[in-house]
Design a protein around this ligand. Structure first.
Ligand SMILES: [Zn+2]
Length: 356
């Protein structure tokens, strides 16, 4: 079977906006094993016989070279480099704030770099977010805006949060051994469940269905925070993993802090999503104890779940730091359901070639 994004072999390197159609995106992805780039633009897809490149893969390759070498000005991104505020001293860049708001489980130190560039003669603004996780890993997400569409910073914010945050979160999940589904559809507008046609066959979720805009409750899409949170979890995991979570009731995350114990956290989800479950801690494959990681008030359960999940992947120490002696419980403390499936601890996978 041909490898595809659907079986987790690819990582998102760069989301590039169409030069002609605002809000339409091409995703340049890297094969994790061969480091070869591919794109989902028509030119790349229909050029199967020739050499497989397009202006998006060429441009992204240039970015990678620029960021990998000691002389970072050597590739085509040197023009108009404008370092953006990094968030030190309390003046966090709004793109970072938006990304942290969209993915509160991504813990660590954020940096942002904004550069001007051209793709095939068209001017672009390239935004690159870098996260140094509390676990000591470094991940990046890149999104390239076509300058001719004249986005406002506020208009760019959501796309930076969606694309960069997704790319970083997906890479973390991959390194932890989880295989996410296909890339989310690149739609800006939410699916509107109106009319009989919409209800018969719901369209797949797109980024427009999950984006948060501040603390606005009603974004005009009739989605309550609970639905938006559920959509976010579902879009992030992809249908296959989302269904797996639904049917088996949990996802496992291997510890990076306790490799000798082969510790694994089993993050269970309540069948009716009414309340959070305690995290079941396994050591050397055996169920050992429960950790109670309490949900903050007014946070939808799906938000809590994804935040704990990404928190363990990005900063395990901070995430279990809320667990004190009185939050550690014996096995089956909040649910008599025994554990019959042992855990298998696994180390984090190697980095994407581009992620340094
Ligand atoms: Zn392309």
């Amino acid at each position: 079977m041909a490898r595809s994004i659907a079986n987790g072999d690819y990582g998102v390197l760069n989301a590039i906006e169409s030069a002609s159609r605002p809000g339409e995106w091409y995703a340049v992805v890297a094969d994790r094993r061969t480091a070869a780039l591919s794109c989902d633009c028509p030119r790349w897809i229909f050029n199967a016989a020739g050499s497989r490149t397009c202006k998006h893969t060429d441009f992204t390759l240039g970015l990678l070279t620029a960021h990998a070498g000691p002389d970072r000005a050597s590739a085509g991104v040197q023009a108009g480099r404008t370092p953006a505020p990094t968030g030190e001293g309390g003046d966090e860049h709004t793109f970072i704030t938006a990304t942290r708001r969209q993915w509160p489980g991504l813990l660590g130190t954020w940096e942002i770099e904004q550069t001007a560039a051209t793709i095939d003669g068209a001017p672009y603004v390239v935004v690159r977010l870098k996260l140094r996780t509390g676990n000591g890993e470094t991940l990046t997400g890149t999104v390239s805006f076509a300058a001719r569409h004249q986005h406002t910073p506020a208009g760019m914010e959501s796309w930076v949060a969606a694309w960069c945050g997704y790319a970083i979160a997906a890479e973390l999940a991959y390194r932890a051994g989880l295989r996410l589904g296909a890339l989310p559809p690149r739609r800006a507008t939410p699916v509107r469940a109106t009319g009989a046609r919409a209800s018969r066959r719901p369209a797949p979720l797109g980024f427009g269905d999950i984006l948060r805009v501040g603390d606005v409750r009603d974004l005009g899409d009739q989605l309550l925070p609970e639905q938006r949170a559920e959509n976010t979890l579902r879009l992030f995991l992809g249908e296959e993993l989302y269904l797996q979570l639904k049917h088996q009731g949990y996802l496992d995350v291997s510890s990076v802090l306790y490799p000798e114990e082969e510790r694994v956290y089993r993050l269970r989800r309540h069948a009716h999503k009414q309340r959070e479950h305690r995290v079941r801690v396994f050591e050397r494959g055996a169920y050992a104890r429960d950790f109670c990681i309490v949900r903050a008030q007014n946070v939808p359960e799906a938000d809590w779940y994804l935040t704990v999940f990404l928190g363990l992947l990005s900063d395990e120490r901070a995430t279990i730091g809320v667990v004190h002696a009185h939050n550690v419980f014996p096995r089956c403390s909040d649910d008599p359901m025994p554990e019959t499936t042992p855990t298998i601890w696994q180390p984090r996978a190697e980095n994407l070639p581009a992620a340094s």
